[in-house]
Design a binder for this molecule. Structure first.
Ligand code: GDP
Ligand code: MG
Length: 739
């Protein structure tokens, strides 16, 4: 679509424009320096606040001279001696004279004057082609067409000027036929040169108006416009100037008076003649100054290639081209602000440390606004529909960048929030436990959730932009809340697990002490016959298992109470508590079993048996160490002590209660498996014989502490040990060695 337009900015740098800029050269080539010239002359930034004037007229009628005097321009003028055509093609220059009437009147801003090569056929031969093309170009761009004419040419209906005007009228009809909405008007400003003064301007004016009307009537009009009047398209203005060479001073002062008219004008009512200056808003072609060179080039391309010049289409093309260009420019600034944030976020994500960027919402909103505003301020002057479309496109481009950035931000906020929530809950629970368990887990969760959600909400809200639906992050907020609930539930479960582990550890430690103590009593050997210690009920070896069972049950009962108590803080359900207790009882039993296992390990139990035997053998009934004499019945004492200790082995081999002579009711103690036990709850549970029937191990087996072979082995080893003690005693008795 933009094929008509070359990119602006490819003009050579540092071009000098003392004579203005040649827009179209003598070979009808467009000169792309125009854009550069408009930038350098500060017109490009003027928006619509500029004016274009073109001058028409026969060759060497003092057009360039007039413009130079009126506007301080420096168009080439034919030297008086040579009389040869000087202006080639179309030149443009900015008005350099800011004031008129001796400084009393300020000329309009940014007047651009186009000096059009004169056409009277003298030098271009019969080339009417350029006349037509330049007229088209001037009408498509200019508000005011100055028609420069000698006084003596006025009324010469067949003169060269009349041909030119005819061309102008025809071209105008062709040009604006399609552009009915904007219905552009132009001002034909007749400047009558070498006015002698005999004929008043008023008369000259009447003559010219009559001639113009005649020309208008004579031209063939397109269908539907047969009855159109010249006034429908043109306004007229007239001025007369004295002979420049004969009355140089008067010429200068009259030019100054004429300059006054190049200011803003207005019309009180639509049909009225305009008042004030010549620049009426309705004359303006409404091409933004920064797009003028592109527009002019497109127009000229159509003209020079004899294409149908369709101004609305040209304006649309221009709008597309310029809007794209402006969008690219404003996006550069946007990039400068956004790329560092994108980089920071990507780096953080890559490093696995999602970062919540500070003030992202503020920066994003400001950048978006600044970028669209910058676009609007320049692009809104262009074709409305195109501008609106391009505005949308720009917003889409901006949002395509902001969106992933915002989503990344919320993802980081989400991750950070979950981590912060987990930490806060864990710490609060720890603190609660330290403070003696005075805490409510749900309360902690609710409080931390509200706090964390609030932070997330603030972040999400800071990203929200009014009228930008995708910045409504409520779904993400809700999702975050859901995740926190899940995390909370998981934390509670973990806390329950930890509680169970703690209680189990406590049981293990208590059992370690208590059971160790019971087994140590075996070592003391006088369990049955020795003096009771500290008034305790004398322990007998026979009720070893009763005592162990009793102490075990009391430890587990205490542990269960602790567990229930703590589970309350964690708001455990009844089912959860039941399962927890069930697990605790099982694990406690396993711990007891392990402790016993440790106690009856070969080395340990052998040592205890030896101590037990030695106590019986080496001490008398009163607990006094024996000093063996040869007369003592060493053998008898030895045999009794040995048999007494040996009798312990079968006792130790089975967990049996004295009263029932059977195992404790472990299945009843553990209880049946409660409802709701999940496979994961069972994973770490050791099967227990007699309790887990399907395990194929009976209660009898579960209660077997020493297997038959271990038992025999122990008997043999103990006997050897006892024999050693006996030999030693015998030897000491014979040797008289006191012990
Ligand atoms: P252009 O071809 O229409 O641009 O005319 P120029 O401005 O180059 O002027 C052509 C010649 O006319 C030059 O020799 C000027 O000195 C001369 N000239 C300029 N202004 C006037 C004027 O007001 N009256 C007359 N008679 N000659 C003029
Ligand atoms: Mg000239």
């Amino acid at each position: 679509m933009n094929g008509n337009f070359a990119a602006v900015g490819d003009a050579p740098a540092a071009t000098h424009y003392e004579h203005g800029v040649q827009v179209i050269d003598e070979d009808k080539q467009y000169n792309s320096n125009l854009g550069d010239y408009l930038v350098q002359s500060h017109v490009a930034a003027a928006g619509f606040n500029y004016h274009i004037i073109s001058v028409f007229g026969s060759q060497s009628t003092g057009k360039s001279t007039l413009l130079n005097n009126l506007f301080g321009t420096d168009f080439s003028v034919m030297s008086e001696s040579e009389r040869r055509q000087t202006t080639k093609g179309i030149w443009m220059s900015k008005n350099k004279k800011e004031q008129a009437a001796n400084g009393a009147v300020q000329l309009a801003d940014n007047i651009l004057v186009m000096d059009v090569e004169g056409t009277d056929g003298r030098e271009r031969g019969e080339d009417q082609d350029f006349e037509r093309k330049s007229a088209l170009f001037a009408l498509a761009t200019s508000e005011v067409l100055i028609v420069n004419i000698w006084e003596h040419q006025v009324g010469l209906y067949q003169g060269a000027n009349m041909g030119l005007l005819k061309t102008v009228f025809e071209v105008n009809l062709q040009l604006f036929l399609k552009d009915k909405q904007s219905n552009p008007r132009s001002l034909l400003f007749f400047v009558i040169r070498d006015h002698i003064g005999n004929t008043p301007l008023e008369n000259l004016r009447n003559t010219l108006v009559q001639d113009l009307t005649k020309i208008w009537t004579s031209i063939s009009k397109p269908q539907g416009l047969e009855n159109s009047k010249i006034e429908d398209y043109f306004d007229f203005a007239f001025a007369a100037l004295p002979h420049k060479i004969l009355q140089p001073e008067k010429f200068v002062s009259e030019v100054d008076v004429l300059a006054k008219r190049f200011t803003a004008g207005h019309r009180s009512t639509p049909d009225q003649e305009f008042e004030g200056g010549v620049f009426l808003p309705e004359f303006h072609r409404r091409i933004p100054a920064d797009g003028f060179s592109v527009y002019a080039e497109g127009i000229w391309d159509q003209i020079v290639n004899n294409k149908d010049l369709d101004l609305p289409t040209q304006q649309e093309l221009l709008a597309q081209f310029r809007c794209d260009e402006i969008a690219r420019e404003v996006l550069v600034a946007f990039d400068n602000e956004i790329i560092p944030l994108e980089t920071q976020q990507q780096d953080a994500a890559r490093a696995g440390t999602p970062t919540v960027l500070a003030d992202l919402g503020t920066i994003g909103r400001a950048s978006r606004e600044k970028t669209t505003k910058a676009f609007e301020s320049q692009a809104s002057r262009y074709h409305k529909a195109v501008y609106k479309r391009k505005h949308l496109e720009l917003e889409e481009k901006i949002d395509a960048r902001l969106r992933p950035l915002y989503q990344g931000q919320l993802m980081a906020a989400h991750k950070k929030g979950v981590a912060a929530f987990t930490d806060a809950v864990t710490n609060a629970v720890k603190a609660g436990q330290k403070a003696g368990g005075q805490y409510e887990f749900t309360e902690i969760i609710e409080k931390q959730k509200a706090k964390t959600m609030d932070i997330f909400k603030k972040e999400a809200q800071s990203l929200a932009m009014e009228g930008v639906p995708w910045t409504n992050f409520k779904p993400q907020y809700l999702l975050f809340g859901k995740e926190l609930d899940e995390v909370g539930a998981r934390l509670r479960k973990e806390e329950m697990r930890r509680l169970a582990t703690r209680v189990e550890r406590w049981v293990r430690s208590r059992l370690g002490d208590a059971i160790g103590l019971e087994f140590n009593k075996i070592g003391s050997g006088r369990g049955g016959s020795g003096a009771p210690e500290d008034g305790e009920k004398p322990a007998t070896e026979k009720d070893l298992w009763d005592r162990i069972w009793t102490v075990f049950v009391s430890i587990v009962t205490e542990a269960q109470d602790r567990f229930k108590d703590r589970a309350k803080n964690l708001e455990a359900t009844e089912d959860e508590v039941e399962i927890g207790l069930w697990r605790l009882r099982r694990k406690s039993w396993v711990a007891l079993r392990e402790k016993i296992e440790e106690e009856v390990m070969e080395g340990n139990i052998l040592l205890k048996l030896r101590e037990n035997f030695e106590d019986k053998f080496r001490y008398d009934e009163a607990g006094v160490p024996r000093i063996w004499r040869p007369s003592d019945d060493i053998e008898g004492i030895y045999t009794r002590a040995r048999e007494s200790t040996l009798a312990l082995i079968p006792l130790l081999s089975r967990f049996r209660l004295a009263e029932t002579y059977g195992p404790p009711d472990l299945p009843a103690f553990v209880g049946s498996q409660p409802h709701g036990v999940e496979p994961s709850d069972e994973e770490d549970l050791t099967p227990i014989g007699g309790v887990d029937e399907e395990e194929g191990k009976s209660l009898e087996e579960e209660m077997t502490i020493l297997s038959e072979s271990k038992r025999q082995d122990l008997v043999i080893r103990f006997k050897k040990t006892a024999d050693g003690v006996y030999v030693e005693a015998k030897r000491s008795a014979l040797g008289g060695i006191t012990q």
